[in-house]
Design a protein around this ligand. Structure first.
Ligand code: SPD
Length: 429
């Protein structure tokens, strides 16, 4: 006869599971909650995190204890704890999860927890507490804490989302997802990295566009590489003197997703001044005519996957070649506090190509990117004054007219000031 115990703990090793499922935070959250409910447990709370690039951790708190999981998608492995008390049969949860994760093998240890023979019951009267607790009724909803995490090996930024994935397409280049976050509205994620969100996109898109246009002073013809969410072209099109914008996006699926779910960002894809090309931007720049653009903007993602080539010397040499006489290059420059190497290397490359005095950096703040501190890196074909001191009134009237939310004259000037630690990182005096 078994000893009477307070709880039962099933420790499971699920092996040879589907790596895709093991890396999918919302599917795992839904399966873990369903596993608890199928066993008759009352779900109180669920907290799940995805780690970039791989792995999900989460806990479902149930009135009868908890279910927990940690996954290693690269090994097709999940460590799962099913800890229950009372009448709950956690083997029902086990069977369900085995099927849901497509586990081809597993091992299990079952332990009784809290053997009453070994425990001494306190003598104070908790009967009233027990009575109150037994009156607890499942309100038919639970608190979901599902987190999207953009991280490197040492730091992370997590954004809580509803758990619902509104769009999820594996394109030829990357996984394109739209998630619904609580703080920042709908969010575009490419391969587990935050690209833009409805509520803070203006930081990035105003700052990639307006400083360069005002520094140049006579922009007519613009090339945007990447930028498939549409935010950069929306901002550029506020400048009526621009005659044409060529946007070269490698991944049509990004445009499809953003047009459907982020219409406030992808609002200008039908504009008559836009020439949209679905192609490899690196190749486009390689073949483009010399001296053909006033402005080249590299609105790409981080230097992994399809955007890796946007951080090479050959690419920026071609950007330099296709710029007109007073042309300006603006590139998504990564962060001095995250991807530091990419940030430093890009600056070295641009200084090599454009010259030490012609490769300034503009810093800005994006709450939804890891560390929040981000930058655009410039290449000036001819020496230009970043301070635009004669354009204060023109900029202020433009900002007021368009009701801009981040960019203004003071921000423009201040963004080119670098803190000492960055000057040191870049060996600037
Ligand atoms: N880690 C995010 C790097 C910036 C990626 N580009 C964002 C595209 C917005 N149009």
């Amino acid at each position: 006869m078994k000893d009477k115990s307070l709880g039962n703990h099933i420790l499971v090793e699920f092996m040879n599971c589907s790596p895709e499922i093991m890396n999918d935070v919302s599917t795992i959250e839904q399966n873990m909650v369903a596993a608890a409910q199928l066993a008759g447990a009352n779900v109180i709370n669920a907290t799940f995190h995805h780690f970039s690039p791989f792995g999900v951790s989460g806990v479902v708190v149930i009135q009868e204890s908890h279910l927990a999981i940690h996954t290693w998608p690269e090994y097709g492995y999940a460590a799962v704890d099913l800890f229950t008390c009372g009448e709950i049969n956690a083997w029902v949860s086990f069977d369900f999860l085995k099927k849901s994760f497509l586990a081809q093998s597993y091992s299990v240890v079952e332990m009784r927890r809290g053997s009453v023979n070994l425990l001494k019951r306190n003598d104070f009267d908790i009967s009233t507490m027990r009575q109150r607790a037994s009156k607890w009724e499942n309100p038919d909803f639970y608190t979901r804490n599902v987190w999207f995490t953009d991280k490197d090996e040492n730091q992370a930024l997590s954004i809580r989302f509803t758990g619902e994935v509104l769009h999820d397409v594996q394109s030829d280049y990357q996984r394109v997802r739209i998630l619904e976050s609580y703080k920042y509205g709908k969010m575009l994620a490419l391969d587990d990295m935050v690209m833009t969100t409805e509520n803070d996109e203006f930081h990035y898109h105003e700052m990639i566009s307006h400083p360069a246009v005002f520094i140049h002073g006579n922009v007519r013809n613009v090339l945007v590489i990447g930028g498939g969410d549409g935010g950069t072209i929306r901002e550029l099109l506020r400048h009526s003197e621009i005659d044409q914008i060529t946007l070269v996006e490698i991944d049509q699926e990004v445009i499809v997703a953003c047009k459907k779910h982020l219409p406030s960002i992808a609002s200008e894809f039908n504009h008559s001044k836009l020439k949209l090309i679905i192609d490899d931007g690196i190749d486009y720049v390689r073949k483009a005519q010399s001296s053909s653009f006033d402005l080249v903007m590299v609105d790409g993602s981080d230097p992994v996957g399809p955007a890796e080539g946007l951080f090479t010397k050959e690419f920026y040499e071609n950007c330099n070649r296709i710029l007109c006489d007073r042309g300006i290059l603006v590139a998504q420059g990564e962060s001095p506090k995250f991807n530091e190497n990419a940030f430093i290397e890009l600056n070295k490359t641009l200084r090599d190509i454009f010259g030490d005095k012609n490769a300034p950096i503009s810093l800005f703040y994006v709450p939804s990117y890891p560390t929040g501190m981000w930058c655009f890196q410039y290449g000036f074909k001819k020496k230009s004054d970043v301070k635009v001191s004669d354009k204060k009134e023109q900029i202020t009237s433009f900002v007021n007219h368009h009701n801009l939310k981040y960019y203004n004259y003071e921000v423009h000037c201040a963004s080119f000031a670098l803190p000492n630690f960055i000057k040191k990182q870049l060996d600037l005096s």
